[in-house]
Design a protein around this ligand. Structure first.
Ligand SMILES: [Zn+2]
Length: 266
């Protein structure tokens, strides 16, 4: 699963960034190395070590050349003055290298497109999760005391909800259903939708309390979309500071929102 974060760039603008959760690291680090594999294959066919090749290339700094060769073979990097000489040393085909280059570009394009689709899918999953929470709010508030007093309900994970701030530590990053319910109940972390005027339930906020740069984002009940860039950040910062932050009990077994609903309905 990918996690999305808003981070402040050098221009103090919020940009959306994603990182993968640990279980998905493998597919995320998927690397396209067609050129590198081709080059390595040619060298091995000739039975040459990288040191042999570095000597043949004739650059002054042999160890630097070996490092560059590794970068070419492992990361498909390209260095000026290498390719044509390598093709010669390997008696390889210039045409094959060009094909490898085209393949590499094509696959990178396809991966980028896939990533875009994946991102869209995940933002939809997030939106659907919060639309379901919002739809159930009257029921959840009818069980408010029970939720507040039961750890497994209070700490029911809220999909990718967090508060992130630079410089000032305000405890843990992620927010739970019990915390969002408290915030929303008092109309904190809520905003009027700039698109439809409906209520936006803020699920995330990030920024700098010092400069005030940053904002919040969440799901609109009216137009049923994710709304980004809600300001001012300082409002969300002060509102969450009023929220008592509880410690998560060590032996807590987390339950899903669906399970929580089903349990509460019993
Ligand atoms: Zn709206």
């Amino acid at each position: 699963m990918l996690n999305f974060h808003f981070i402040l760039n050098d221009d103090n603008k919020l940009i959306l960034s994603s990182s993968s959760a640990p279980e998905n690291k493998k597919s995320d680090s998927l690397k396209v190395n067609i050129i590198g594999d081709y080059m390595k294959g040619q060298r091995l066919k000739k039975n040459l070590t990288k040191l042999d090749v570095a000597r043949k290339l004739g650059f002054k700094n042999i160890s630097k050349t070996v490092i560059n060769l590794t970068d070419i073979e492992e990361n498909s990097k390209s260095f000026q003055g290498y390719n044509s000489s390598l093709i010669e040393i390997y008696s390889a085909s210039d045409k094959d290298l060009k094909i490898a280059k085209l393949d590499q570009e094509q696959i990178l394009l396809e991966l980028k497109e896939k990533e875009k689709q994946e991102y869209k899918k995940l933002t939809n999953v997030k939106k659907d999760f919060y639309l379901s929470v919002i739809k159930n709010l009257p029921f959840l508030y009818s069980k408010y005391e029970e939720i507040m007093n039961t750890d497994k309900y209070y700490f029911c994970p809220a999909y990718d909800s967090y508060f992130g701030t630079a410089y000032i530590s305000i405890g843990r990053f992620e927010l739970y259903i019990g915390e969002l319910l408290q915030l929303w109940k008092d109309n904190r972390w809520k905003n009027e939708c700039p698109q439809c005027g409906g209520p936006v339930y803020i699920t995330n906020a990030g920024g700098s309390p010092l400069s005030g740069a940053g904002g919040g984002w969440g799901t609109c009940e009216g137009c049923k979309t994710n709304i980004y860039g809600i300001t001012p950040f300082r409002k969300f910062f002060h509102e969450i500071r009023e929220l008592p932050r509880r410690e998560i009990p060590e032996d807590l077994e987390f339950i899903s929102f669906e399970t929580m609903l089903a349990d509460l309905e019993k």
